[in-house]
Structures are given as structure tokens and as C-alpha cells.
Design a protein around this ligand. Structure first.
Ligand code: GDP
Ligand code: MG
Length: 439
């Protein structure tokens, strides 16, 4: 799908003469054909076409701007196809949240359970897994193995044949133990049979999930629409996890599943490993589908931030880097947003996005700023020597910022390293001046 759309787009972007209404129409027809072939509904394709034409408004757009305007309109409208504009469900702190996973056998439910558990565990939720799949031999062993490896508490049974009973027992037990998040894995069987749906409804009635997630294999292409619709009717799920997004055919399935159910995609699975799991973003998804990273978005983002560099540059030129400079730069980094988001905009970096891991590194950055905010003016404008001369200051700052002495020392070490570099670069005889002299 991505390839066909790219081809259509390049008929416009590579056009040598001016782009006119006919070029645009030809491109839109090509894109529409590609989408229809991938089971995107007729109504949606028509809407996409109208919206693009309206946004581009070719008669009013200067010829030199047309290519860019068309590209952006196509990108935005493709995003709209997988963007339901609804907020994705999140568990609430301070209570027990129950999630139930549904989907066909082989879709990736059991794998996704553990991924979800690890994802939320890392975000401070005490999480437990319940195996309510008694249909597939070895289902409990599989979940047990995954959960043990990921250090997630689990519940299941080798003897109880009734999945409804196990689900209820497991959820009750974890609730009693004050778990924040309880994830219930269900069976899936091979086809959408009535038995499966009945079982799903019964488990749902027994555990009363706060949220139901449908796990959908992205590689099934066309079939996604039917499958998602059938499940939506039987178990009104609130979001979708698309698995096997690391595989080949992956675009059409997502678009048609969202189209058929008007339900947001919450996460995508990108491999068999626990950490091959990302939150879903329409822009990122379409960028990947078309094979582009969103560098342009990143540049625009950076330009809107108004980063504060003036004083630091002046200081650097003088060969100085104070704690206040460190604070300014930390703030600049935080303005960029979570590092994971920045990474996701860079081609080839998306798979590291989660490792640059949202909350942990953000917490560290914030702690550094708290530390510097607990310093006096005099300390902030210093080169840090004052702390080495009077170590009680370090203790005071740690107390004031609610951090450990070690963390304050790390900030001081960071600044000292930067100051050392500034000294080498700045000043009359520094690298910067010498480089200027050479020009
Ligand atoms: P279930 O029957 O719905 O519980 O599906 P499983 O969790 O047992 O997964 C079925 C197969 O798909 C297993 O071999 C998983 O390792 C694999 N799988 C699950 N999610 C992904 C994914 O995101 N990418 C890839 N490549 N394989 C996956
Ligand atoms: Mg399973």
C-alpha cells in the first residue's frame, strides 16, 4: 500500500512542469485505487479525495508551492484514516483496573499480555496477569513462562476447565492484593465461532473489565476488517493492539480495522520480544507506511520552541560554563519533549524510542532541574568549586530538592565536564578564537 501511494505521490513531486488540476486528479485516482484495493471503505476514500482537493485548492495556490501543499495534504488525510480523534484508555491510579484481551488464536494475545504488563509496570502500576485460556493446551505454560521472564505476577490453573471460573478467581485474588492493573488473557480458537464469542461475553460478565482490547494481527491484510467488525459486535472493545507490525503487508489492515470499528489503535507489536511494543501514533504509522521519518516535523518543532541559547553562547566564548548554563540547557532539552518522541521522528530511530524511555529519562532530567533550582544565585552562577570547598552545600541542595546527594554530585560532575570543555574552546587562546582567526 505504501509503495502504491508513494508512486502516486511521486507522479506529482517529480513532475517537471507546473502541477495542475489534471495532475492532481490523476494522483488522487491512483491513491484511491490503492486504498480501495486494500479494503478501505468507499465512503472514506471519497472523503479523503474531497478533503485533499479542498486543502490543496489548486487555483489559489501558487505554482511553486503546489507540490509541497499536495504532499502535506495527502500525508494529513492518510493520518486521518487511522486517527479516530479519541483518547486512548489509560488505567487510573489508586484503584484496580481490569483489562481483558480478545482476538483470534495466533493474533498475539498472550504475547501482548506480557508486553502490556511490562509497559505499565514500568510506569508504576502494580500489574498481574490472569490466564483464562483453557482451550489451547499449553496456554497457561506459555503465559507463565513469559510472565516469569518479565517478573510479572500471574494466575492460572492446570485443573480448572472453566475459563470463566479462573478469570473470576484470578481477578478477585489480584484485587484483594491491591493490584493496580489486572490483565486477563482469553482463548482465541481458529475461527470466529459462536462458542468463542459466548465465552468472551461470559468472562466479561464475570470480571467486568474496565477496558477490552482487541488484539489484531496486522499481517492478515484484507481480513482485518471482517474480523474487527465481528469482534466489535460480540465484545465491544475500546481499543486495538495491532501485532506483527514488523512483518510485511501491514498498512491496509490497520486502516481497515480502524475504519470498520471507529476504534483507536492503542499499541503496536513490532516483534516477539517483550520490548517490541510501542504506543501508536497516526503520523508515525503513516510515515513508516510511506517510508519516511518525520524530520521535517522535527525541524518545525524545534523552531517553534524558542530555545534560550544567548547567554550560554556568550559564556562559552569566554571559556565559561556555569551551573546556570547547565540549567538552561537542561530546560532546552526538556522543551523538545520526551526523548522518545524526538527519536520517533528520526528515520531509523523509532525502534529506540521506547528505550530512550519516556518517563525514566524525563524524571532524571526533571530531578536535575529541581537540584539546580535548590541552589542559591551565587551557587548557580559559580563554576561549582564552591560546592567542593563546602560539601555541606551539597547536602543542603539534596535535601531541598528531594534528591540524593549522589544525584547532586552527578549534576556537579556534568557541569564540571562541560566547564572543562568550555575552557578549552573559549577564551582568547581557545579553539573558537583560533578557528575564527583561521577563517
Ligand atoms: P495468541 O494465540 O493470540 O495468544 O497469540 P500468541 O501470543 O501465542 O502469539 C502467536 C505467535 O505470534 C507467537 O509465535 C508470537 O511470538 C508471535 N507474535 C506475537 N506478537 C508478535 C509481533 O508483534 N511480531 C511478531 N513478529 N510476532 C509476534
Ligand atoms: Mg494465547
Amino acid at each position: 500500500l505504501g509503495k502504491s501511494i508513494n508512486q502516486a505521490l511521486s507522479s506529482v513531486t517529480r513532475a517537471t512542469g507546473d502541477v495542475d488540476e489534471d495532475t492532481l486528479d490523476a494522483m488522487l485516482n491512483e491513491i484511491s485505487m490503492a486504498l480501495l484495493k486494500h479494503d478501505v471503505g468507499l465512503a472514506q476514500v471519497a472523503k479523503l479525495k474531497t478533503n485533499i482537493k479542498k486543502k490543496v485548492n489548486i487555483k489559489e495556490t501558487l505554482p511553486q508551492n503546489r507540490k509541497r501543499v499536495i504532499q502535506k495534504a495527502v500525508f494529513d488525510e492518510l493520518c486521518a484514516l487511522v486517527d479516530t480523534q479519541q483518547e486512548v484508555w489509560k488505567p487510573k491510579k489508586g484503584r484496580s483496573n481490569v483489562i481483558m484481551l480478545v482476538g483470534l488464536q495466533g493474533a498475539g494475545k498472550t504475547t501482548t499480555c506480557t508486553k502490556l504488563a511490562v509497559y505499565f509496570q514500568r510506569r508504576g502500576f502494580k500489574t498481574g496477569l490472569v490466564c483464562a485460556d483453557t482451550f489451547r493446551a499449553g496456554a497457561f505454560d506459555q503465559l507463565k513462562q513469559n510472565a516469569t521472564r518479565a517478573k510479572v505476577p500471574f494466575f492460572g490453573s492446570y485443573t480448572e476447565p472453566d475459563p470463566v471460573v479462573i478469570a473470576k478467581q484470578g481477578v478477585d485474588k489480584f484485587k484483594k492484593d491491591m493490584f493496580d492493573l489486572i490483565i486477563v488473557d482469553t482463548s482465541g480458537r481458529h475461527r470466529q465461532e459462536q462458542d468463542l464469542f459466548d465465552e468472551m461475553v461470559q468472562i466479561g460478565d464475570a470480571v467486568k473489565p474496565d477496558h477490552t482490547l482487541m488484539v489484531l494481527d496486522a499481517s492478515i491484510g484484507q481480513a482485518a476488517q471482517l474480523q474487527a467488525s465481528a469482534f466489535k459486535e460480540a465484545a465491544d472493545f475500546g481499543s486495538i493492539v495491532l501485532t506483527k507490525m514488523d512483518g510485511h503487508a501491514k498498512g491496509g489492515g490497520a486502516i481497515s480495522a480502524v475504519a470498520a470499528t471507529q476504534t483507536p489503535i492503542a499499541f503496536i507489536g513490532t516483534g516477539e520480544h517483550i520490548h517490541d511494543f510501542e504506543t501508536f501514533s497516526p503520523q508515525q504509522f503513516i510515515s513508516k507506511l510511506l517510508g519516511i521519518g518525520d524530520i521535517q516535523g522535527l525541524m518545525e518543532h524545534v523552531q517553534t520552541l524558542k530555545l534560550d541559547q544567548k547567554d550560554t553562547i556568550k559564556n562559552l566564548q569566554a571559556g565559561i560554563f556555569t551551573l546556570r548554563d547547565l540549567r538552561t540547557q537542561m530546560e532546552n532539552v526538556m522543551k523538545l519533549g520526551p526523548l522518545s518522541k524526538v527519536a520517533s521522528m528520526i528515520p531509523g530511530m523509532a525502534q529506540f524510542a521506547d528505550q530512550l524511555g519516556g518517563e525514566d529519562s524525563n524524571r532524571r532530567l526533571k530531578a536535575m532541574v529541581y537540584i539546580m533550582d535548590s541552589m542559591t544565585k551565587k551557587e548557580l552562577d559559580s563554576d561549582g568549586q564552591i560546592f567542593r570547598d563546602q560539601p555541606t552545600r551539597v547536602v543542603r541542595v539534596a535535601k531541598g530538592s528531594g534528591t540524593a546527594v549522589r544525584e547532586v554530585e552527578e549534576v556537579l560532575a556534568q557541569q564540571k565536564m562541560m566547564a572543562g570543555m568550555a575552557k578549552k574552546m573559549g577564551g582568547k587562546d581557545g579553539l573558537m578564537s583560533r578557528m575564527k582567526a583561521m577563517q
